[in-house]
Ligand binder design. Structure first.
Ligand code: NAD
Length: 292
């Protein structure tokens, strides 16, 4: 292996240190602390693991954490009325609804029901619109984590060829926009690119390659440009092991930097959620001050 490992934990610990100090100052100033409300429908095991990680991280930072566990059969109206209640509760800084959702709840409809100033996942059209305008406030956490890892290498993003594989709203599209705002040249690939047989033609140009698909070993080392920075967002369970979308053994022989899975993007994503909760807390106080 010649690539340097881009681990998320050291960056996450550094960020947690600065968030903790800022939260202490804000607690003294406002006599209140940021607080995150999480809604989970049903009992998906992967989602429960993520919820536990969030709670641990929130507790360690002094951020309040409230979980609302609802049955998988909860009616849409009941869920939306809980969202209304949380939107109007001044003690709630951020709201997230854990995925996966049951089939009768439409994710895009649900996102519109969360107040944009409490949308700590950054998925409300107001927040995604701000990202397009280059004025983001709340941005999807995994995309923020991927960019933080890239920046930690010290790379100059200006004019770099970035290839993103995966075009979801939570990762692929926002990470592309964040890096476009830094004047990198962005190509976003997806299933259509693969089905046309063009994926390798794009991937081979990447100075920075970000893969967020959910298919173990989709990208092998022979597709990757020598010296590329590789960010593997994928999480896949293969024979009881967690692996990414990039074939680590072959990719790490050609990349200059590569994220491990697990231990790369994941640990930083949860801290970015806490950072967004703190941002939301400050934003809501600014809105209140302007209304006074
Ligand atoms: P998604 O399922 O919403 O979208 C998958 C994307 O991959 C789509 O754009 C699709 O067109 C593309 N795709 C599918 N097959 C392809 C192929 N053969 N070639 C090229 N593109 C293909 O994905 P998501 O929600 O962004 O999640 C992607 C992966 O990232 C998953 O493994 C998920 O578990 C992981 N994830 C990790 C974190 C983290 O914190 N580490 C956070 C979110 C998601």
């Amino acid at each position: 292996m010649s690539a340097k490992l881009l681990e998320g934990k050291p960056l996450a610990e550094g960020l947690k240190g600065s968030l903790k100090s800022e939260i202490e100052i804000l607690k003294n100033k406002y006599s209140a602390a940021p607080s995150l409300s999480v809604i989970q429908l049903g009992d998906n095991p992967a989602s429960s693991v993520y919820v536990n990680q969030q709670k641990k991280c929130a507790d360690s930072l002094g951020i309040g954490y409230n979980i609302h566990k609802l049955s998988v059969d909860t009616k849409k109206e009941e869920l939306f009325s809980l969202l209304d209640k949380l939107n109007n509760d001044k003690d709630v800084s951020g709201i997230i609804v854990q995925l996966p959702l049951p089939a009768h709840i439409d994710h895009k409809e649900l996102i519109l029901k969360i107040h944009p100033a409490k949308d700590v996942e950054g998925l409300h059209p107001e927040n995604l619109g701000r990202l397009i305008l280059g004025k983001p406030i709340l941005t999807p956490c995994t995309a923020l984590a991927a960019v933080e890892l890239i920046k930690s290498t010290g790379v100059d993003l200006y004019g770099k060829e970035v290839v993103v594989v995966g075009h979801s709203e939570i990762v692929g599209k926002p990470v592309g926009l964040l890096l476009l705002n830094e004047f990198a040249t962005i190509t976003i690939c997806h299933i259509g690119t693969s089905q046309k047989g063009c994926l390798k033609d794009h991937v081979k140009y990447a100075d920075i390659l970000i893969v967020a698909v959910g298919k173990a070993g989709l990208i092998k080392g022979d597709l990757i440009k020598e010296g590329a920075i590789v960010i593997d967002v994928g999480i896949n369970k293969v024979e009881n092991k967690i692996v990414g979308d990039v074939e680590f053994e072959t990719a790490s022989n050609v990349a200059s930097y590569i994220t491990p899975v697990p231990g790369g993007v994941g640990p930083l994503t949860v801290v970015m959620l806490m950072k967004n909760t703190l941002t939301a807390f400050k934003l809501q106080r600014e809105i209140c001050a302007n209304q006074a």
